[in-house]
Design a protein around this ligand. Sequence first.
Ligand SMILES: Cc1cc2nc3c(=O)[nH]c(=O)nc-3n(C[C@H](O)[C@H](O)[C@H](O)COP(=O)(O)OP(=O)(O)OC[C@H]3O[C@@H](n4cnc5c(N)ncnc54)[C@H](O)[C@@H]3O)c2cc1C
Length: 377
Amino acid sequence: MKLRVVVLGAGFGGLELATLLSAALADRLDLTLIDKNDSFYFGYSKLDVMFGRKTPDAVRLPYSNIVKPGVRFRQERITAIDPEARRVTTNNGTYDADVLVIALGADYDQDATPGLTQGGNEFYSFAGAERLREVLPTFSKGRAIVGVTSTPFKCPPAPSEAALLLHDHLTTRGVRDACEISLVMPFGVPIPPSPATSKALLVAFAERGIAFVPDRLVRALDPARHVAILDDESEMPYDLFLGIPKHRVPDVVAASGVALDGWIPVNPKNLETRFPGVYAVGDVTSVGTPKAGVFSEGAARVVAASLIAGLLGGEQPSSYTGAGSCYIEFGGDRVGRVDVDFLSGPSPTGSFIEPSSTLVGEKQYFGSSRRARWFGL
Ligand SMILES: Cc1cc2nc3c(=O)[nH]c(=O)nc-3n(C[C@H](O)[C@H](O)[C@H](O)COP(=O)(O)OP(=O)(O)OC[C@H]3O[C@@H](n4cnc5c(N)ncnc54)[C@H](O)[C@@H]3O)c2cc1C
């Protein structure tokens, strides 16, 4: 008997899960991996694309490269999830599963921030990053704001990275002196679990003349007056707004009844939802880690180990620790790293490794090792 697994979403979590189950179970596995897109891209590629460091085509990893025993990829849009029956409906048919894994990530609700689509830009979607390739070269003087509009949001270091890379971009073009950069964040410091990382980022902002506006969200833009309105009703004038839009679960998840209070609750030890045989990993959950690829991947590893132990025998894995490393672009061709652990202790901890060119290579290896493992490229 083969284990019928249906994995919803081929992002960090779905790809890691399919890869591990295939390697361990091969012909005992009947896994369908479903995604509406034809290719994957790393979240951080959006920064490369918006600042013109890479072309959109160079960062796309087509799913057609997935060739793994026991795994079939389907490019279909999921339209309904029945967690009790473990049945999934797509634009092309239905799938029944012994084990269902929801790895559908976080979607964006751009309309939740009045004025954002009319008077601003966002760089969290691939389309938004592509648009900014055209917009950024036209910005040569005035006030730029990188602003978070809502919590939670993916990859908490990304707004800081965008501000630092914007500084480099404007400096290279010789227009930095004519521009101001501000970063509006909902935290007191850039990376709350890691004081050392926060300190390094605050020093980097100060050295580059980037204004850090702590403990605030951007509630709305008034495009007619060119002002951003913050959650304390104060106003900041802008000429270029780079926003982090409100995040939410994909509509199909909201309609399925698996989510509660906005996200899918899971048992933090093994990522099972309250529906037996239905797991959820990554950004779509409220497991308590930040929304970042490394955590989606780590959660997928725990689910994979548990399913493999269940089928082949052996020990169940130890609990999910919510640990992972995030690379942080500091600009100037240097990358730092923060190693964080969210669930194993009483409160989150994070240690910092100073930016260096060595870590640039390590980040490249992070990408290339996953390209090889997931896509055979
Ligand atoms: C600018 C930026 C920089 C980032 N940098 C980093 C970084 O350096 N390190 C890091 O770890 N993380 C980073 N991230 C975060 C990272 O990209 C996400 O946290 C990660 O992709 C989440 O993985 P996931 O598997 O949970 O979901 P996702 O990777 O988002 O995958 C979900 C998949 O589900 C599919 N899907 C959704 N709805 C449907 C549907 N109805 N039908 C079919 N398919 C559907 C989507 O197409 C998608 O492929 C960054 C994000 C951004 C925006």
